[in-house]
Design a protein around this ligand. Structure first.
Ligand code: NDP
Ligand code: 2IT
Length: 437
């Protein structure tokens, strides 16, 4: 850890992600000297390659704008680099390195042949016109295209990158390469996208919670659930919670949160989808429409619940928030967002022995269906909704089984340890097989 801090100064989120993994892997690595001898831990914290580039574009007023673009190609031991692109003003090297590092373990857990990567830009899509977003995406891809490809590196969406952005990025890649290939996932259904990919992260996260609850003979049915965020992951989490008989009562965005004790049903969710995905408005408008409480600048964690699904961003659950959740009797936390809980909060959940599903296990359904999209593209055919959903459920079940296998501690499953060790073993063995690269 000292070496990681020294070599990557100021990259706090990256330090945090590595620290969590190292804490739970150390005993395992000490028991298995072959990993220590091959210096696998030292190797996996060093990205295979980092690309940083200038992204100039013209806004609607004809003024020049300049953003910074990144792609972290973290690890290719298990397959082509795979992971999303994030467009958000907070994006910097440390945040993308933490996301890429997490992605390597997550992708290993999915059982599919995918390495790990992440990329993005400090570009802020908020309040930009469609034309400006297109101009930015075309400029971004005009550099990125030479570093990616269906057998090299396959980006997808993340915060600020959804169907609209993937469309513009794909169009520009195709134009530059003169090739129609599965170079991105999350594509439109008419041009190579997979059914269920938009739903997959939220659905997968609820399926994972359902698997955890099943170990206690329980289920989502009848449970009051807190969901944060109101984007792709949050929306489909709410949808699956209500399909399984639970009740989601909160949503949020970077301005504040709504609390609707009567539950966010399908009709209200359709309103949220239109508000967020088409009108690109604020969640506050939900409270005006459905006459419920809106709390400016607040997050949902002080509301009493059974299950919590953080689905907005990193470090959105502080130690105090985690304590409030536990004090209020939460039985299960399943992370849709990446690293939403601060390290002290994670320790608190583990000490309280609740069902705590860390992001790299709980939200792996999204990238898993991206992997299925790659397979369908290679086969040049598409599977039905039912086929993809069945495969998603079986992958989530297998991730859960791996976590239990490696994380069992007398009568309690430590899913953090389970996910880290299970993800690590496959990765580390593959790296050793492939020699010193
Ligand atoms: P979206 O852009 O669709 O939605 C993001 C949501 O989170 C918005 O409601 C946004 O509010 C809110 N948010 C973003 N940043 C902040 C912040 N700094 N503080 C408070 N709220 C914030 O992204 P996704 O739903 O795709 O991603 C959400 C999380 O899930 C991220 O952590 C992402 O890494 C993770 N994830 C996504 C996957 C996917 O397939 N999309 C797969 C696995 C994980 P606002 O509108 O105000 O910005
Ligand atoms: O964090 C993630 O797993 C994603 N943003 C999805 C990555 C992908 O390649 O589908």
């Amino acid at each position: 850890m000292e070496e990681v801090r020294r070599k990557n100064p100021g990259e706090n989120e990256f330090h945090q992600a590595v620290q969590e993994v190292v804490e739970s892997l150390s005993p395992f690595v000490q028991k298995n000297p072959k990993y220590e001898k091959a210096k696998v831990l030292e190797r996996i914290v060093e990205p295979e390659r980092i690309i940083i580039f200038r992204v100039p574009w013209l806004d609607d007023k004809g003024e020049v704008q300049v953003n910074r673009g990144y792609r972290i190609e973290m690890n290719s031991a298990l397959g082509p680099y795979k992971g999303g692109l994030r467009f958000h003003p907070s994006v910097n090297l440390g945040i993308l390195k933490f996301l890429a590092f997490e992605q390597v373990f997550k992708n290993s857990l999915t059982t599919l042949p995918m390495g790990g990567g992440k990329g993005g830009s400090d570009f802020d899509p908020k309040e930009k016109t469609d034309n400006e977003v297109m101009k930015f995406c075309q400029s971004f891809m005009s550099e990125l295209f030479r570093h990616i490809g269906p057998n090299t590196d396959v980006p997808a969406g993340d915060i600020g990158v959804g169907a609209r952005e993937i469309g513009f990025l794909f169009g520009q890649y195709k134009r530059l390469r003169n090739e129609f290939t599965g170079v991105l996932t999350g594509k439109g259904l008419n041009w190579g996208g997979s059914l269920i990919r938009p739903e997959a992260t939220g659905y997968g996260c609820v399926y994972f919670a359902q698997e955890m609850l099943r170990t206690k003979g329980d289920s989502i049915k009848g449970k009051t659930c807190l969901v944060s965020g109101s984007g792709n992951v949050a929306q489909h989490t709410v949808q699956k919670v209500s399909q399984l008989g639970g009740k989601a009562v909160t949503l949020s965005d970077s301005s504040g949160m709504i609390h609707d004790p009567s539950g966010i049903d399908d009709k209200k969710l359709a309103y949220v989808m239109e508000l967020k995905n088409v009108k690109r408005g604020r969640i506050k408008e939900y409270a005006d429409k459905y006459r419920c409480e809106y709390y400016e600048g607040k997050r949902p964690w002080s509301i009493k619940c059974d299950v919590a699904f953080p689905s907005a961003t990193q470090n959105e659950i502080s130690k105090d928030d985690a304590k409030k959740l536990v004090d209020n009797g939460v039985i299960c936390v399943a992370e849709g967002a990446n690293m939403p809980t601060e390290l002290d909060g994670v320790r608190l959940f583990l000490d309280a022995k609740i069902l705590y599903g860390p992001a790299k296990a709980a939200n792996a359904g999204g990238v898993a269906v991206s992997g299925l999209e790659m397979t369908q593209n290679s086969l040049r055919l598409s599977w039905t909704r039912e086929e993809v959903d069945t495969k998603l459920q079986s992958i989530v079940r297998s991730i859960h089984e791996s976590c239990v296998r490696y994380g069992k501690e007398d009568g309690f499953t430590n899913y953090v340890k389970g996910a880290n060790v299970a993800g690590f073993v496959k990765l580390a063995d593959s790296m050793i097989d492939q020699g010193l690269v």
